[in-house]
Write a protein that binds this ligand. Structure first.
Ligand code: SF4
Length: 304
């Protein structure tokens, strides 16, 4: 008799703890020689929003925690204005050790370290990633400019990106501070877009597609086709897609009328909005001959 194989899923918190331990002992790049403490990242292992900065500063290097100086306090204020708690999100940096004198990390240092961030993103699997500042944005989508992208919604690697200016820039520049305070409230639209993408992917995974015999009529949208067969970010982050995503962010505030943050939402209200989103998606699918009903998974429900 063959014993049944039991698959035990390792909790995200344990996987993240393994990365933290690995970072603590990491000497892959020269920043290990000048750091005081490593700053691997912190927050909820099941966060739906992940903030990503460039690298630790002096306060972070002393404490081992991300965004704890003046800029970090401003970030806390921005998160609280949603309103959310810092513990509900995940905050990390691209490089986990402080570059001396707060210089920009060098390309080789980013290349050595960024695999940790890639793993963190895969484990946490957030609905929305918020790159903070031009260097963080450049790691995800180097073709974008941070001042033009602040608070706008982009699709990248089947995730939603909503870049924001770096909080330290908001401390120095009143206009940037205003842009940050306004931009962060677009997170509600970004989250809804993230839910829509997740629904698309969930549905695709349930519909077997024989690509060889697939008719052009039933072909999935090009971006999903690409995502299913290719993990190269460049292939999906075309300028056209970015423009479409920006247009969505700029022209659909009425579509995203549910306010997830500014006042308490009842579960019924939130469910009604999710139902509305599902109905829109189902109508689009029906138009393409695919009428399978979308199902909101438990994770989405629990997020709200
Ligand atoms: S910056 Fe990253 S790669 Fe370099 S030593 Fe620190 S943890 Fe390792």
């Amino acid at each position: 008799m063959v014993a049944e194989e039991s698959k035990v899923e390792i909790p995200a918190s344990e996987k993240l703890a393994e990365i933290i331990a690995e970072v603590a002992g990491c000497h892959k790049c020269p920043l290990a020689q000048t750091r005081n403490k490593t700053v691997p990242g912190e927050g909820s292992p099941t966060a739906e929003i992940m903030f990503v900065g460039e690298g630790p500063g002096r306060d972070e290097d002393e404490t081992g925690r991300p965004f704890v100086g003046r800029a970090g306090k401003f970030l806390d204020e921005l998160i609280a204005s949603l309103p959310m708690r810092r513990e509900d999100v995940y905050i990390a940096n691209i490089v986990k050790c402080r570059p001396p004198n707060n210089r920009d990390p060098e390309r080789a240092e980013v290349d050595q370290c960024s695999d940790y961030l890639t793993q963190q993103i895969e484990i946490i699997d957030p609905l929305v990633i918020v790159p903070l500042g031009r260097h963080a944005l450049g790691w995800f989508m180097p073709e974008l400019r941070i001042t033009q992208s602040n608070g706008k919604i982009f699709r990248n690697n089947n995730r939603v990106l909503m870049p924001l200016l770096h909080p330290s820039s908001g401390l120095r520049n009143p206009e940037h501070k205003r842009m940050l305070q306004e931009g962060i409230h677009n997170l509600r639209d970004a989250i809804l877009e993230g839910i829509r993408i997740r629904n698309e992917i969930d549905q695709r995974s349930r519909i077997p597609i024989d690509r060889k015999h697939e008719s052009p009529r039933s072909a999935p949208p090009a971006d999903l086709e690409t995502a299913a067969s290719d993990t190269n970010s460049e292939s999906e982050s075309t300028v056209v897609e970015q423009a479409e995503a920006v247009a969505l962010a700029e022209t659909s505030p009425a579509e995203s009328s549910v306010n997830l943050f500014e006042r308490p939402q009842t579960r019924d209200e939130i469910q009604a909005e999710l139902n509305r989103q599902r109905a829109i998606d189902a109508a689009e699918e029906a138009a393409e001959g695919q009428t399978e009903k979308l199902v909101v998974d438990d994770r989405q429900a629990s997020f709200f």
